[in-house]
Design a protein around this ligand. Structure first.
Ligand SMILES: C[S@@+](CC[C@H](N)C(=O)[O-])C[C@H]1O[C@@H](n2cnc3c(N)ncnc32)[C@H](O)[C@@H]1O
Length: 358
């Protein structure tokens, strides 16, 4: 490293350029397209059932090199992109996939210098995209109620950026309780939620956001989507929410056989956005009435005829998703594959050298 690069901030472009250095992660692609990620250490070897290759053959080699192992198997060696990194890094909780992280950065209008609040942090995958978008002049305040996940996320961020990102602070605690102790009311530009019950945080977020600020939530199921949409409406201080999902289908490209891949990630999650109204402002009345029967205790026979403009508000609290008691919204009930405490301890230990709970 040159003198200039040692004094450069950890996120500077130099960390993404130049020859492979000790401590860097390198992604190896074998002749069958299988990926292996290794962290370079002098004297170490990468073994497979067909031979091994020496890390020393990669240290000092340019990005995009081809190295051959002891059994003459060729590996393409590349510095992982952020999208590669988040898919291969150690995980505590499920991560936001790159396709959704890209949508979040764009649709929540995450800009350089922004003050962004994020919860929960999980494994830190989304945090890294947010940090890249705000840059070193921004602030990412991330909230996570599990200290083991917070440790895993910070270690993942450190490994990717090559040090602690100067714009990132991770607070351990519940967002609703901790947010007011950390930010001034009306001082946050953007809020990004990836958690089980984002509707529980709407009052706290309404306080924290600047007028016009954006809230975006990532949820895995339609029941959560419905619950958060109704919560946003019932709050009264937000614009009408809009929701969508994105499907990305890879393509097979070989000679004349150019077609969609047979397999794809059919579902990741839904995104829903809204914007904070100025204090005291009431959202303009919706001109379109809810569809007949959209709210369960509206009599379908009369709902379309003479429903007063604010009738939907009075029945919102009774839609199916909002009737579900708080304790019923668990990760298991929403179909998430929850990692055992033992696995989480192992991931944390592999990243930080400790699995202490305090
Ligand atoms: C799916 S994970 C987030 C994954 C993360 N976005 C990523 O890309 O790696 C959801 C996290 O939210 C945390 N969480 C849930 N409710 C929370 C709350 N009210 N305050 C803080 N963290 C919360 C959970 O502990 C969990 O780690």
């Amino acid at each position: 490293m040159t003198d200039a690069s040692t004094t450069a901030p950890v996120t500077a472009a130099h960390a993404r350029r130049g020859v492979f250095e000790v401590g860097e992660r390198v992604q190896l692609t074998d002749p069958k397209g299988r990926l292996h990620t290794i962290t370079l250490e002098p004297g170490r070897e990468f073994h497979t059932h067909r031979g091994f290759l020496r890390h020393d053959d990669l240290i000092g080699a340019p990005d995009g090199s081809v190295v051959t192992n002891t059994a003459d198997v060729e590996y393409l060696a590349l510095r992982p992109l952020l999208s590669d990194y988040v898919m291969s890094m150690p995980r505590g909780a499920a991560v936001v996939y790159p396709k959704d992280a890209g949508q979040i950065v764009q649709m929540a209008d995450i800009f350089p210098g922004a003050t962004v609040v994020e919860a929960g942090v999980g494994s830190g995958a989304l945090s890294m995209s947010l940090l890249r978008a705000i840059g070193e002049g921004g602030r990412l305040l991330s909230f996570e109620r599990r200290d083991d996940f917070a440790e895993i996320a910070k270690a993942n961020g450190r490994a990717f950026f090559g040090g602690d990102h100067p714009a990132w602070t991770v607070h351990v605690g519940d967002l609703v309780e901790t947010l007011p102790t950390v930010v001034e009311p009306g001082s946050v530009d953007r809020v990004v939620l990836d958690m089980l019950a984002p509707w529980e945080c709407l009052d706290a977020i309404g306080e924290a956001l600047i007028p016009g600020g954006v809230l975006i939530c990532y949820v895995a199921t339609t029941t959560q989507l419905s619950r958060v949409a109704e919560g946003i409406r019932a709050h009264g201080g937000f614009t009408e929410p809009s929701a969508w999902e994105s499907l990305v289908r890879g393509w097979h490209l070989e000679g004349l056989a150019v077609r969609p891949e047979h397999r794809m990630h059919g579902h990741t999650g839904f995104l829903i956005t809204t914007r904070r109204l100025a204090p005291g402002v009431v959202a303009p009345e919706r001109k379109r009435r809810p569809a007949k029967g959209a709210y369960s205790d509206v009599d379908p026979a009369t709902a379309g005829a003479d429903v007063p403009a604010d009738a939907s508000a009075s029945v919102r609290g009774s839609t199916a998703a909002t009737e579900i008691p708080a304790e019923a919204w668990t990760s298991e009930a929403l179909g998430e594959r929850v990692k055992s405490d033992k696995t989480i301890r192992r991931v944390r230990r592999s990243l930080t050298g400790t699995s202490d709970t305090n």
